[in-house]
Design a protein around this ligand. Structure first.
Ligand code: GAR
Length: 234
């Protein structure tokens, strides 16, 4: 550890991008309020002017902004305006928490290594939509959620960490989705805690944890801490 590593770090500045109900935003805010996460939410951004997440953000006293795609000539210009607005909040990290639009390549490149997404599956399995139904249809024994760096490929960037849940007999998509969501929240908080502590980075396209490239996603334990996956050779 160098002396610079021992300096107290400023709170992680987070911008949240979301299209829907905002339970992941609330999990972040609860963790900050509980003193578990040393961060501040610098702004909340949505592509849906009526998304419940905006109201939840405003109730918490946060700046919340909606930019509506149909008011822009095309996707590139919409995304540029969205990320210009996000940059104004000077975030260390952009968190896509239920943001249901593909982000175009120039903005992804602009945010390289500074933007993560939470996705409700054990990536690379079940990209895209209806992941819980996809998991049930595939008959898998385990399902879960992943937090990954955002790259231009849909749900395809390097995976940082995952939380696993069992699929139970009789599950339907709704029941399974609720079981996953319960673990999504601590997963996202654990990953953000690791960012806040400077433990996670993207280097040469690979995730590093404490300065070492990981060979598999970190795993969320029952204690809600992240642990490296066992090495395949071990
Ligand atoms: C979460 O389950 C998140 O994983 C999912 O949307 C939900 C948002 O919930 N994201 C995706 O499907 C992205 N591909 P929330 O609005 O309550 O946080």
């Amino acid at each position: 550890m160098t002396p610079a590593d021992r300096q107290p770090r400023p709170p992680l500045r987070i911008a949240v991008l979301a299209s829907g109900r905002g339970s992941n935003l609330l999990a972040i805010l609860d963790a900050i309020a509980a003193g578990i996460l040393d961060a501040t939410v610098a702004g909340v951004f949505s592509d849906k002017s009526r998304a419940p997440v905006l109201e939840r953000a405003r109730s918490a006293g946060l700046d919340a902004h909606a930019l509506v795609p149909r008011e822009f000539p095309n996707r590139l210009e919409f995304d540029a305006a969205m990320f210009d607005a996000i940059e104004q909040t000077a975030p260390d990290l952009v968190v896509c928490a239920g943001y249901m639009r593909l982000i175009s390549e120039p903005q992804v490149t602009r945010m390289a290594g500074r933007m993560v997404n939470i996705h409700p599956s054990l990536l690379p399995a079940f990209k895209g939509l209806h992941t819980h139904q996809q998991a049930l249809d595939a008959g898998v024994a385990h399902h879960g959620a992943s937090v990954h760096f955002v790259t231009p490929e849909l749900d395809g960037g390097p995976v940082i960490a995952q939380a696993r849940v069992p699929v139970m007999p009789g599950d339907d998509a709704e029941v399974l989705s609720a079981r996953v969501l319960e673990r999504e929240h601590p997963l996202l908080v654990a990953v953000l805690r690791a960012f806040a502590a400077g433990r996670i980075a993207l280097e040469d396209g690979r995730v590093t944890f404490d300065g070492m490239a990981i060979h598999a996603p970190l795993q969320l334990g029952l204690d809600n801490a992240l642990t490296p996956a066992p090495h395949p050779a071990a």
